[in-house]
Design a protein around this ligand. Structure first.
Ligand code: CS2
Length: 518
């Protein structure tokens, strides 16, 4: 049985055409106010990519690579429909600008702006779910990219789908797949994974053109993790024969390559917007600020056409894992450590934290633990790579704050430190010694959480409530640290209770050495 498909709605007035509506505000950046000394942004002719999670990172990374690929090839099919998550703010920033925005690249030699045109429009699921589902179902959309952050994957502590977090979308999916239960009104999507699965189902019902779903988040094996979550969602919403057609189509026509993305892109500040307004002579509410470095390694497993991202410097490979693990454990791992230890020491930015020799030494110790677990990607010297990362962190121009990187620790730590720890514990040649760099990192996080709770601040983490009650229920700080280390799902691969006890003891001891005043 085939249910009716969501009716495609036309793009928003300003999208794609770039035509100037009568009420266009010429104090704002848009195609007609781009300064003549900057290269003209690309003007895509259709949407070819739907991107879930259009924050600053996407705009400074995949959207730039897509722009560069279009400039290199002249292929204008790859306009991006960006989908926001929690709020309409990026939509409200970019729509009056016809999607164009500035990337200000900041390095030791100062900043250089460029205007990017590959984002054709932005939609907010709370108001525009039908349009997003229609875009996902349209055959000229060939790729879905995602930067929804670790918590956006709606995973439970065990790593599988947190069914309750996506329940409303799964119920909507069951109705959308069932002719009898079909409702004329499309229900608002409330989760990224739910929206994706509903979009995939809508695409199959609309004819089933192949699609590539490309995760660009900092999760180990991100593509495989996402594929498994999608399958779990389908199995839950459509158990048994009801879901057979969708399952068969997913297996035959949809791929989920893994990818590793890298560029430091902090949240934009109002002062940076003012500075760029002076530079461009027009206000850009969609401005993003980034370091010069940009890397993208993509598993070459596409279901259909894709932009020529290799023309924009992306690497295509059959195995992303060595790149991904090295980046997660060496870059993100050290970043998180500096964020917690740096916050505790009173540093506002990562650049200040890494300039402190004691904290830099802790970051290096963690990197040394990680290097012992890593396979070097082709042509990469891991020790040199680790050093370059600390140099990138030292770039003061990005203004990347310790608070921003400290966010969502329970979601990041499993990938950033958990893998190193599990591999080191499994490596018999290392004897019984605990990796002290990881121990210190855990001590910094636990001490940070305890300090936040004791100060009456909510930890910026989806499990904040749980963190607060764990700390408050513990008898003193040492017991709180022990309980935090044992938090379910934090170190998922460290199953052995004896190892966890020894680890918790070591972390308690380390707290005294990592917490230092500047
Ligand atoms: C950072 C990352 O905020 C964080 O947790 O570690 O966003 C980091 O800047 C990027 O992964 C760099 O590619």
């Amino acid at each position: 049985m085939t249910a009716p498909t969501a009716t495609p709605t036309p793009p928003a007035p300003d999208a794609l055409s770039g035509a100037a509506p009568d009420d266009r505000d010429d104090t704002r950046l848009h195609r007609d106010t781009v300064p003549s000394d900057l290269p003209a942004p690309v003007r895509p002719t259709q949407v070819g990519i739907v991107h879930l999670g259009i924050g600053a990172f996407h705009r400074a990374h995949q959207a730039v690579a897509t722009e560069d690929a279009a400039l290199a090839t002249g292929d204008t099919r790859w306009g991006i429909l960006g989908v926001t998550q929690r709020s309409a703010s990026v939509r409200d920033q970019l729509r009056p600008q016809g999607g164009v925005y500035t990337v200000l690249t900041v390095g030791p030699e100062g900043g250089s702006p460029r205007v990017v045109g590959s984002v054709t429009d932005v939609a907010w699921p709370a108001e525009e779910t039908p349009r997003i589902l229609a875009a996902l179902a349209t055959p000229t959309t060939h790729v879905v990219t995602l930067t929804i952050t670790e918590k956006g994957y709606s995973r439970g502590a065990g790593g599988g789908l947190d069914v309750e977090a996506v329940r409303r979308d799964l119920d909507a999916l069951a109705r959308e797949e069932d002719v009898a239960g079909y409702r004329e009104e499309v229900e608002t999507a409330t989760s990224a994974v739910g929206l994706l699965v509903r979009g995939l189902a809508a695409r199959r019902r609309a004819g089933g053109a192949p699609l590539t779903v490309l995760s660009c988040d900092n999760l180990a094996d991100n593509g495989r993790v996402l594929a498994a979550l999608v399958r779990e969602a389908v199995d839950t919403a459509l158990p048994g024969v009801e879901g057979d057609d969708l399952r068969a189509w997913l297996a035959a026509s949809v791929t989920f390559p893994c990818s590793m993305v890298d560029r430091i892109v902090p949240a934009t500040t109002p002062a940076q917007r003012d500075e760029v307004e002076t530079l461009l002579g027009a206000r850009d509410e969609g401005l993003v600020v980034a370091e010069p470095f940009l890397q993208w390694v993509i598993e070459d497993r596409f279901a259909g056409p894709r932009p020529a991202w290799e023309q924009a410097g992306a690497t295509f490979t059959h195995d992303v894992a060595p790149y991904e693990r090295a980046k997660l454990r060496l870059l993100n791992g050290a970043h998180s450590l500096l964020a917690y230890a740096g916050s505790l020491a009173g540093y506002a930015t990562i650049a200040e934290a890494v300039a402190d020799p004691a904290l830099a030494a802790q970051a290096r110790a963690l990197q040394a633990d990680a290097i012992a677990t890593l396979e070097a990607p082709d042509g990469i010297d891991l020790a040199a790579y680790a050093d370059e990362l600390l140099e990138r962190f030292a770039n003061p121009a990005t203004g990347h704050t310790t608070r921003q990187v400290a966010m969502d620790g329970t979601q990041k730590i499993p990938f950033r430190w958990g893998g190193t720890l599990a591999d080191r514990l499994a490596d018999r040649s290392a004897g019984d010694a605990l990796p002290q760099g990881v121990v210190a990192a855990l001590a910094a996080w636990a001490a940070f959480v305890v300090a936040e709770v004791r100060a009456g601040r909510a930890v910026d983490d989806p499990r904040a409530e749980e963190l607060r009650s764990v700390v408050e229920a513990a008898d003193g700080d040492a017991a709180a640290v022990r309980a935090l280390v044992r938090l379910p799902g934090l170190l998922p691969d460290v199953a052995d209770a004896g190892s966890l006890d020894a680890l918790a003891d070591a972390v308690v001891t380390a707290v005294g050495t990592v917490v230092s005043a500047p």
